[in-house]
Design a protein around this ligand. Structure first.
Ligand code: ATP
Length: 260
């Protein structure tokens, strides 16, 4: 690389950093997007979202439950209505969290690229989108529909999870998306001359997953302190994660709900 080319590249990277860290145009919004199955929502989701909201100075975070997630076994997913109600109960008292049913309104599988294209119309520039994603999910990103396009539409905020480390992510970003991504240690972000930034957020590590919660419930064990109390009450009342008559009455599972 010539000296001239190198310095131009450094300039571009500096601009890329300023893009999200520097002064924002008055009136522009920094919108956090938190997509997931939320089957059920738990403190791992809620605490990390709260930390990202503060650390990146976001205007708000929109939780977007996937209606028909392309990457998960649908027989284990309770209906959208149940997952939505639990999210309502979980975030209702937080003024900077809100919920969107944008993916439930669209027919077919819930692809993030379609959601982001819709959101870009609702929040055009100079507002910007920040897509929150656990490091486990980020490592699967190349299996997502039009995954390269996602990096033009939104910044990513990768959330630390126990057992995963960032070096593999850096390799993936450079080999699969663009080798022009550079890690800026002081800002904990990967900057790119033209694509959006990718942040790495070392949130409090909470080894909680929806899978574990479903396992505990079906084994008749306590989920206290893993989910907000109103969510726990809802799960206990409806038996949605228990394969008994009461659970069937609420027709929790997605396939069953759809075939009725
Ligand atoms: P499951 O166990 O059913 O796969 P999950 O607990 O990973 O579910 P999802 O609804 O699939 O929850 O997660 C939505 C997003 O939240 C994903 O990007 C996931 O990586 C992230 N996430 C889930 N749990 C945590 C956690 N404890 N800490 C940080 N991020 C998390």
């Amino acid at each position: 690389m010539t000296v001239e080319k190198k310095s131009r590249k450094q300039c571009n990277l500096l601009d890329a950093r300023k893009k999200d860290i520097g002064e924002k145009t008055p009136g522009s919004l920094k919108i956090g997007i938190f997509g997931g199955t939320f089957n059920p929502v738990h403190f791992g989701h809620l605490r990390t979202a709260e930390e990202v909201y503060e650390r990146l100075g976001l205007s708000k975070i929109i939780f977007i439950p996937a209606s028909r997630p392309p990457h998960k076994n649908s027989s284990k997913i309770v209906s959208f209505v149940h997952r939505w109600k639990m999210l309502e109960l979980a975030i209702g008292d937080n003024p900077h969290f809100c919920l969107s049913d944008i993916e439930n309104k669209r027919p077919g599988k819930s692809y993030s690229v379609d959601t982001l294209l819709q959101l870009k119309k609702i929040y055009p520039k100079p507002s910007s989108l920040y897509f929150l994603l656990g490091i486990d999910a980020f490592q699967e990103i190349t299996s997502w529909k039009e995954y390269k396009k996602l990096f033009e539409l939104t910044s990513f905020v990768i959330l630390a999870r126990p057992g995963y480390n960032i070096s593999k992510t850096y390799g993936l970003l450079r080999s699969e998306i663009s080798d022009a991504y550079e890690y800026i240690e002081e800002d904990k972000l990967f900057a790119h001359p033209t694509l959006e930034n990718v942040y790495f957020c070392e949130v409090t590590l909470l080894d909680i997953s929806s899978t574990r919660i479903r396992e505990l419930v079906s084994g008749r064990l306590s989920i206290k302190y893993l989910v907000p109390d109103p969510v726990r009450d809802y799960i206990e009342k409806t038996h949605i994660y228990i394969n008994d008559e009461e659970g069937l009455k609420y027709c929790g599972y997605q396939d069953k709900a759809r075939s009725q």
